[in-house]
Design a protein around this ligand. Structure first.
Ligand code: ADP
Ligand code: MG
Length: 256
């Protein structure tokens, strides 16, 4: 089905000139790919992780190089770090002062990256991991999930600002469609769709399309999209075709 994704939009990209590119397998190697030392330290010294999982090893490097990624990977394979590292690094690349804590004021109407997750619990877990990773930086992370506390979330985000928003699709569609919130992303440069198959199973297709209509046009504001899914049924491929750049993406399949 991914073949259809290629052929109906454009010719398949030419095979790469170089033979199999060297994989990064250790978090220490990230420094040589330009990842900020605060992030590398948070992983190797804070979380004490040394070796990457398969999906981390295969997706972090192309994502750091700016490619869109469609990755098929099961639950428990370390997808959270796989997308957080390139996404946070992209935020810092856009605004280098954010590598230093407290150097910049964050705004709530200039969100740079959004991560969408199917459930409140998963979004909150991602938010916790993102805050841990960003602790030594000036990157501000907020979480917007369904349920109660809408006003509390809005006030906190307006007060503290936000660079990276972790959200469920329902709550994000609600926020972006409400012009009075003061929360917006006209310069959005990264979007993650985590557990895409589950988001569609839960019935978030309408909200995902609504969100897409509120995002800046990719032709005017270049945006990187990373999509992860445990399975790749037709509806996920259809979602990928709407969100992912067909001329510059990497498809990664992992078994572990
Ligand atoms: P997924 O999103 O694919 O279900 P998670 O990102 O939630 O997986 O990671 C699953 C568990 O593995 C978490 O406890 C996480 O902290 C841990 N983990 C992630 N990457 C590594 C790694 N490279 N080495 C050891 N543990 C890891
Ligand atoms: Mg996950």
């Amino acid at each position: 089905s991914l073949l259809r994704f290629y052929s109906s939009e454009s010719a398949a990209p030419a095979p790469s000139e170089e033979a199999a590119p060297k994989l990064v397998t250790r978090f220490d190697d990230l420094a040589s790919l330009g990842v900020d030392s605060q992030l590398v330290n948070a992983i190797t010294q804070g979380m004490k992780y040394e070796t990457m999982t398969d999906v981390q090893s295969k997706t972090i490097k192309p994502a750091l190089a700016g490619k869109d990624v469609v990755a098929q990977a099961k639950t428990g394979t370390g997808k959270t770090l796989a997308f957080l590292i390139p996404i946070i690094q992209r935020i810092i690349n856009d605004q280098p002062d954010l590598a230093h804590r407290g150097r910049m004021r964050a705004r709530s109407d200039d969100i740079r990256a959004v991560i969408l997750s199917p459930t409140r619990e998963l979004a909150e877990q991602i938010g916790v991991e993102a805050r841990n990773l960003c602790a030594g930086t000036g990157v501000i992370v907020q979480t917007a999930v369904g349920g109660t506390q809408r006003n509390q979330m809005l006030r906190k985000t307006q007060r503290e600002g936000c660079h990276l928003l972790v959200a469920t699709p329902g709550r994000l569609a609600d926020i972006l469609s409400d012009a009075t919130t003061g929360i917006d992303c006209p310069n959005l440069s990264a979007l993650v769709l985590d557990e895409a198959d589950r988001m569609l199973d839960v019935g978030f297709e309408r909200e995902l399309n609504e969100i897409l209509s509120f995002l800046p046009n990719r032709a005017e504001v270049p945006r990187q999209t990373l999509l992860y899914s445990a399975t790749m049924p037709k509806n996920v491929v259809g979602l990928a075709r709407k969100f992912v750049d067909p001329t510059n993406f990497e498809f990664v399949q992992t078994i572990r």
